[in-house]
Write a protein that binds this ligand. Sequence first.
Ligand SMILES: [Mn+2]
Length: 349
Amino acid sequence: MTDPDWNTTAPLPEIAAWLSAKRSVVVLTHAKPDGDAMGSTLALARALNLASGTSGAASVCECWYAGPMPAWYKFLSAPTKLRTIEPGGAPDFTLDPEAIVICDTGTWGQIDGYADWLRSRVDRACVIDHHLQGDPDTAPMRNVDTSAAAVCQSVAELCRLVLGLDSVADLPTEVAEPLYFGIATDTGWFKHGNVNAAVMRTAGDLLAAGVNHERLYNITEMHDRPARLRLMARALASLEMHNDETVVFMSLRPIDLVETGAAPGDSGGFVDIPRSVGKVRVSALLTEILTPDKQTITKISLRSKGGDDPVDVNQVAQKLGGGGHARAAGARVQGDLKTAKARLLEALA
Ligand SMILES: [Mn+2]
């Protein structure tokens, strides 16, 4: 079901050479950035700034993020030059960089906050991604490695090339740290089925570059706000089992966020919890939201458990107009939770 045009058009050495000549670069990623999105963009920006000898406000490269931002982002991002755009906000459209790099997505729907700005600059855009689906017209230069567990694997190699180093293990710690974080989070801290020898080798090289695993784990995974736990209780209380207890739905309503004091980003990772139940093959978190233009939509996050004959949730998500990976995918559907649950059950049938 992959678009045959969603492919690699530029190997990493070509992208590194192309970037080395640029005097201004903006690095983007998908809205509501996760660890891999933040890690890949920060690492690339730091490598480009180190390579050009620029820093602070004079940096050649800066990152743009469309929020909501994860709670830990400031800890990971300081002191890299960046701008955050809150939902509904607009970036600085006067900026006209020589190059634009989009990491961890190549789908218009995930970068719609910049879409108009980007569409008139596609000629100087480059996508580095590892997702199975994307829109080829987001950039003529694309590096798509769907075998990579995290885009940070590809970006680690790109940073090595940009800095002219022999090994990823030689990367400066400030570049290695966000890369390791992206790999760790996209593999569920090395628990998911996407863990393989290549991931572990890259992660090992990044540790050799000076990354402190425990510190990163503690600051991001052991720093929840109480509101997140209260929201988790709501999600768990909403548990529904379907299809002979092989499918679990959890749902969150707008009122759940209000009453628990949680923020939209606080539900990250909830969808993984029900997979611990023996019979469960697919876990779904459905979040009903009211858009700024007063439309009710439901965001569906899907996870599949590995093992014998695992469910390809990417295919399920595609039936709903979304996509992602075989074990982790998502979609947005029009309508409330009831409508979305019915459509999801249909897609799973
Ligand atoms: Mn990723």
